[in-house]
Design a protein around this ligand. Structure first.
Ligand code: FMN
Length: 275
């Protein structure tokens, strides 16, 4: 048992869980529907404590979390039954205060800072995701946090040089809405010993087959009603849901332009990063 400070509260942490790490990793899948069960301070403290044990470059991240349904109404796809929302930020603000305390001024390529900070964020987030699984919770990441930077910063009182990277919805899994375990590319086409393998056409097809067959069999896009419409200039959409696959989805996503009113670089610049 150890004591941890969460805001102005002192939390007693339960003894560490000892579930098999491989079981947790291999059974994890994103969950998007949760029960009404609230998440206790003790569980949150356990998750956060696991998060900050991740490796880091500069500890250049902050996490803001809320259990307030009103505050979850930001437009970045928070699932309605979410019980706890965490938003992960890259944070140049705190580390600059530290170097100022030592009498130094920041002089560093902000591109590189962001690069490292995103890795700090991601590693902490993954620790939290796996710790949540170990405690019987489920989660799903939300990638559209950056485009909601204005709203998020206002709502959570976030200063300049602190920028949202990703959100995480958490809750106890609704057993009637358990998602399947999603397929992955064949390992031999992802990880290579001694020499990078530039995939042949046949090997690319094997990657697509593993993903497409898996997603179609699981009815992933039908269940989520998640087909991306084809732009008119590209042509008529002749692919029904029974053939709408992962590689089709990703192709549509990446080939049809993502040009928000403001690019990510503009948003970062507006929030004090020098790019
Ligand atoms: C950076 C990132 C952003 C994501 N954003 C979303 C999102 O906005 N909404 C969502 O439902 N899932 C989101 N996901 C979850 C992915 O869809 C999911 O991880 C992927 O389909 C693989 O499924 P699995 O996690 O169940 O293995 C995101 C995942 C990552 C890594």
């Amino acid at each position: 048992m150890s004591i941890y400070k969460l805001g102005d509260k002192e939390i007693m942490l339960d003894k560490e869980k000892t579930q098999d790490i491989f079981e947790i990793i291999h059974n994890r899948r994103s969950l998007r529907k949760f029960t009404d069960q609230p998440i206790s301070d003790e569980v949150i403290a356990t998750l956060l404590k696991a998060g900050v044990r991740a490796p880091f470059a500069f500890q250049s991240y902050s996490i803001v979390y809320t259990r307030d349904p009103e505050k979850m109404k930001i437009k970045c796809g928070v699932y309605p039954t979410t019980k706890l929302l965490m938003i992960f930020f890259i944070d140049a603000n705190r580390i600059e205060k530290i170097i100022h305390q030592r009498g130094y001024q920041y002089d560093y390529d902000d591109g590189y800072f962001i690069w490292l900070a995103i890795q700090d964020v991601t590693l902490a987030a993954e620790n939290i995701i796996l710790a949540a699984e170990a405690l019987g919770l489920g989660s799903v990441l939300l990638g559209s946090a950056p485009s909601q930077v204005e709203l998020i910063s206002k709502l959570f009182n976030v200063p300049k040089r602190v920028f949202p990277v990703v959100g995480l919805c958490l809750g106890y899994p609704n057993p009637e809405a358990l998602f399947d375990i999603r397929p992955r590319f064949p390992l031999e086409h992802v990880a290579f010993e001694d020499k990078y393998k530039d995939l042949t056409e046949k090997e690319v097809k094997e990657c697509m087959k593993a993903m497409d067959e898996g997603y179609i069999t699981q009815g992933y896009y039908i269940k989520q009603n998640a087909k991306i419409p084809l732009k008119k200039e590209i042509g008529e959409d002749k692919i029904d849901y029974d053939k709408y696959s992962w590689s089709e989805h990703i192709s549509r996503k990446i080939s049809q332009g993502r040009w928000d009113k403001k690019t990510l670089l503009t948003l970062l610049s507006e929030n004090g990063f020098n790019l």
